[in-house]
Write a new protein. Structure first.
Length: 272
């Protein structure tokens, strides 16, 4: 691990332990609250939006506000730990002055850099029930919840319902006419099965790290005109295109091919 120069060894150790503990925890800590003096407790980061682009937060991303003298914040950008001084302005705003951080090389560097750039300076506050939103003067937002993040659903033994189609940087919803009709499950034994939106299929699936490869598909042979047929062709091509990168965040799954095409799916239920 690389650390910032000139930091006391004890502080570096503390930040390192905090980053590791947060990354491996289940979201423990006192839930976030918002008394009139400013936020307190631990808030799980859900997402941030910068320049019109929304980034989903890694499960470890969170902020713990500690009222006192001085009022402080500690937390995790998604991998690296950070500290900051906080000056609350009642319920209307807070001013954040970033402090030392760890500087490990992390997979989610885009989110970490955006989080660090956003969580500084004067931030206006919007709150409702268990949701806290911090907003910069240019309209960028940081969305947080007092509830712990939803545990990631397992890739296998989960029924996944296809909800969106991905083509490079473009994401579009599945046509309304076939919404909810394309589903698939990868069994613990590597047997994949489900519906392509019209015909049912089965195949072998091989999982290696963050890659999943589907073998040749065996399908029923009903005629599938219109949107059902188009969705079926898209999924057949995707599943047969070679190794797909998979990523699960809560109950959401993305499968992406090397050419940037892919699908988004949501967990429906655990398969027996």
């Amino acid at each position: 691990m690389r650390t910032l120069r000139h930091l006391p060894a004890a502080l570096v150790a503390l930040l390192t332990l905090a980053a590791a503990a947060t990354a491996c925890s289940d979201g423990g800590g006192a839930p976030g609250t918002y008394p009139s003096s400013g936020p307190s407790g631990t808030w799980s980061v859900q997402s941030l939006t910068v320049g019109g682009k929304t980034l989903t937060a890694p499960a470890a991303a969170r902020v713990t506000f500690s009222p006192g003298e001085p009022y402080a914040a500690t937390g995790n950008y998604g991998c690296n730990g950070f500290t900051a001084e906080v000056t609350p302005e009642g319920a209307a705003a807070v001013t954040v002055k970033p402090g030392p951080t760890t500087t490990m090389a992390c997979e989610n560097s885009e989110f970490e850099q955006a989080f660090a750039a956003l969580f500084t300076g004067r931030l206006t506050v919007e709150r409702r029930t268990d949701v806290l939103t911090l907003k910069t003067t240019d309209g960028s937002t940081l969305l947080m919840s007092s509830q712990p993040p939803t545990p990631d659903a397992p890739l296998t033994v989960t029924e996944w319902g296809v909800t969106s189609l991905v083509s490079g940087g473009t994401v579009s919803s599945v046509p309304a006419e076939v919404a909810g009709r394309a589903t698939f499950t990868i069994g613990a034994d590597g047997t994949a099965s489900g519906s392509l939106g019209c015909n049912r299929f089965s195949a072998r699936a091989t999982i290696e790290g963050q890659k999943v490869t589907f073998g040749p598909l065996t399908t029923t042979r009903m005629a599938c005109p219109g949107p059902a047929g188009e969705l079926e062709r898209t999924l057949t091509e995707l599943f047969g295109s070679g190794p797909l990168t998979w990523k699960v965040r809560g109950d959401a799954l993305t499968l992406t091919a090397a050419d940037g095409k892919g699908v988004g799916a949501e967990a429906a239920s655990a398969a027996e």
